[in-house]
Structures are given as C-alpha cells and as structure tokens.
Design a protein around this ligand. Structure first.
Ligand code: KIV
Length: 258
C-alpha cells in the first residue's frame, strides 16, 4: 500500500485529517505545508471557469491543472477528481483513471457516488488505482440547490449502506458533503476508514474546503464556508501599488532595469 495512504488511514481516531483543494502549483506549494491531502477538485469548473455546474469540466481540464499542482506537492497525498461522464462504464472508468494516474502522477482518484458506481470502483482498485469515495451531496449529478443529505431515516440508511459498500470495495476514505451531523457521526463511527467532511460537522475524521473559498479569493455564500482570510485585499493592494508606481515612473528604477 502507498505509504501516504497508510499514513492517512492511521490518523483515524488519532488526529484530524486536513484536506485542501488546489488547481495550480503556487497554491499547492502552500497547501502542501499544512495538508495531508491535496485534492484537485472539479470544483475548478465553477471557481475558475464560472461554470454553473461541474458537469462541464473535462478530462483535459483536470489533467492540465493536475500537472501544475503536481509541481507544488511534495509531501501530501495528491488526489484528482474524475470528472462527470468519465466513469459512466467500467471500461471508460479504467481507461480514464489510468490516463489521469499516468499523466498527472497523482496518488489516487476520487469518484462521486455509491452503489451505482461500485463496479467501476472495484475495477479501479483491482487495477491498483487507489480510490477516494464521495457521498452525500454529489455536485456532478445534483439537481437544484445545495441541500443537506441524510436528514430522513431512509436517506441515513442509504448513506450508511453506501459507505459500508465503498469501504468493502477498498476505498481508502470517503468525502461526506453536506451530510447531516448525526448521520455523518454515525457513518464515521461505523467505518474503519476515515471520513472527510465538507459541511458535514466536526464529527468527521477530517475536513476539506475549497482553498479559494477559505482564503477569500472566490466569493461564495455557501453555509459551510468559513472565510479565514481576505486575500483579495492583499492582491488588490499590491496591484494598485504597481499601477501607481508605473504611472509615476517610480517603477522600474535603475535597480529593476538592464
Ligand atoms: O470538487 C471539489 O473541490 C470537491 C471537494 C469540495 C470535496 O469535490
């Protein structure tokens, strides 16, 4: 087993797992200093390309951004999202996952769904491709607004069953997105593998957020996003200083000229 995956598994019930998204080298370098997992999420579709859904993200988008991220990740486990429709059959899933692994040199891939994609997940794992699961709100197939999952007995049972099924198939962890607190708590207690929550309470074994959201680079009002920094303020201040010095001919000085 990949040493980095073993390290993640060993954190269960000991210390929290930190997962951050990254779409490029420079953010990845910083994220790598404090994260256990760096996820090249297909959220890049909405964050970088203004798509209204992650359905429009292509395999080429994911591979190109992942190649850049790879340059910045030294110690964390690097996981790449398989985009919508790239794993609709076992054959396409294997072909595309192999391509992602080979071209990006990532450590694992992430797929959204439970029972309905279990054949694909099993085949990838059989082919030694590590898989991270994703349950709860599934942005690739979600219709309508952001809505929590696991609030009814039926949904709770479905999520617990899916989690156990994913674990049995060999996934090394599961992202739980917008899952109700008590359901996320039950799943986390039930599983031997770690759960990584996003809007799914403190009871998960780890937490993931979109880095651009938490540093205030991307404007969003999603309930689970806490803004830890207003990085836009600093960017804007630096850019304004540049513009002002160019206009006043202070820059470039002799020091910055050949
Ligand atoms: O696409 C993404 O960034 C994700 C995380 C938010 C879990 O899947």
């Amino acid at each position: 087993m990949n040493k980095k995956i073993k390290k993640i598994l060993n954190k269960k019930n000991k210390s929290k797992i930190i997962c951050l998204t990254s779409y490029s080298k420079n953010i990845a370098e910083e994220a790598d200093k404090c994260a256990d997992i760096i996820l090249v999420g297909d959220s890049l579709g909405s964050v970088l390309y203004n798509h209204d859904t992650t359905k429009k993200v292509t395999l080429t988008n994911m591979i190109d951004h992942s190649k850049s991220v790879r340059l910045g990740v030294k110690k964390s486990l690097m996981v790449v999202d398989m985009p919508y429709k790239t794993y609709s059959s076992t054959k396409t899933a294997l072909k595309n996952a192999k391509k992602i692994m080979k071209e990006t040199r990532c450590d694992a891939v992430k797929l959204e769904g439970g029972k309905e994609i279990i054949k694909q997940i099993k085949l990838l794992i059989k082919n030694k491709i590590p898989v991270m699961g994703h349950l709860g709100l599934l942005p690739q197939t979600n219709k309508g607004k952001f809505k929590s999952k696991g609030g009814t007995d039926k949904e709770k049972k479905q999520l617990i069953d899916d989690s156990l099924l994913l674990q049995k198939s060999g996934v090394f962890s599961i992202v739980l997105e917008c899952v109700k607190t008590s359901t996320a708590n039950s799943i986390t207690k039930e599983l031997e593998i770690p759960t990584i929550g996003i809007g799914s309470s403190v009871y998960c074994d780890g937490q993931v957020l979109v880095t651009d959201d938490l540093i205030g680079l991307n404007q969003t009002n999603i309930k689970f996003v806490k803004k830890f920094l207003n990085v836009k303020k600093y960017i804007s201040s630096g850019l304004r200083k540049f513009a002002s010095e160019v206009r006043s001919k202070k820059y470039p000085s002799k020091k910055h000229s050949y």
